[in-house]
Write a protein that binds this ligand. Structure first.
Ligand SMILES: [Fe+2]
Ligand SMILES: [Fe+2]
Length: 297
């Protein structure tokens, strides 16, 4: 049985309270509150330049995510508006600015966030003016949020442990630690919102069917933006965080919400296969690129 989450009814009020609590508990992290002292810049770069560069870019892409949301959900309600405008965007953009400053301290190139809304999203957005399609887009948006925020939680956990082990306590405790405290609340918002939609039966069977088809076809790991170069970058992150040997378990973690909500009827689908595939593809693309660059250089 896939479902290990206790069945509680998630009301709109509960989600709204959660958003309000996040806003009260976690103001955006000010840039001047962090200590960017690095003891061994060369070693930090050697181990984590791919990870820092990736995370900084993805966090800075929050502004595009907001545009996508407005395209996909033209009739966004107050709770969603409060989440993205008052909590999520202000927190994520600080994560990005702080990590980007850190990587520049380390003489790495500044992030170049990809800020164009894709043609695919625009097309889905055009269809989303038709309410039954917007409801599908909304569920997919929440599932994407749940999976990507879970990836953020796991990445920051690994990075925090790794930097502490290297004795880089200033950046692990004043940068990574406060960032990683803010990510689980984002995950919880998307997880609760997706669960509520399914619990309330907001989607008819044909809409659930279409949601499954679209999810399977369009799943992307965080920050990959359906582009090979970002997928290869993500492959480097997977390797540098030491997750290569645990990819199935990692896929289970980041796919838990959708396994429960979309695929509960499918016996044995505890780990959505399209997630495992996306992880393997990223690592393969990274290795191919490394081999090409190796042979070219
Ligand atoms: Fe973040
Ligand atoms: Fe987040």
């Amino acid at each position: 049985m896939v479902d290990t989450v206790p069945r509680q009814i998630i009301t709109g009020q509960k989600i709204a309270d959660h958003v309000k609590r996040l806003g009260d508990l976690y103001p955006p992290i000010p840039l001047d509150s962090v200590d960017r002292t690095v003891n061994n810049p060369d070693l930090v770069k050697q181990k984590y330049s791919n990870v820092l560069n990736y995370l900084a870019r993805v966090e800075l892409e929050v502004d595009r995510n907001v545009l996508e949301l407005l395209v996909l959900l033209p009739d966004v309600d107050e709770t969603n508006r409060m989440f993205y405008a008052d909590v999520w965007q202000p927190q994520e953009i600080q994560h990005g600015l702080i990590l980007d400053r850190l990587q520049q301290d380390l003489d790495m190139t500044p992030s170049e966030p990809h800020l164009d809304v894709s043609a695919k999203i625009k097309m889905l957005g055009a269809l989303a003016h038709f309410e039954p399609i917007q409801d599908i887009a909304k569920l997919l948006y929440y599932l994407t949020g749940a999976s990507t925020e879970r990836q953020a939680v796991l990445a920051y956990n690994q990075l925090h442990t790794g930097l502490n082990e290297m004795g880089e306590r200033a950046i692990s405790e004043t940068i990574i630690s406060p960032i990683k405290q803010q990510e689980p609340g984002h995950f919880a918002f998307y997880q609760m919102s997706a669960t509520a939609m399914v619990q309330n039966g907001e989607l008819k069977p044909w809409q659930m069917f279409l949601a499954r088809v679209l999810r399977e076809k369009s799943y992307g790991l965080v920050g990959t933006n359906a582009m090979d170069r970002y997928k290869a970058d993500m492959g480097a992150v997977v390797l540098d965080l030491g997750m290569e040997d645990g990819m199935d378990e990692y896929a289970r973690e980041i796919g838990r919400v959708e396994a429960r909500l979309l695929w509960a009827n499918k016996q044995g689908m505890e780990v959505p296969p399209y997630i495992v595939k996306a992880l393997r593809e990223s690592v393969d693309l990274y290795r191919e690129r490394a081999a090409r660059e190796g042979s070219a250089g």
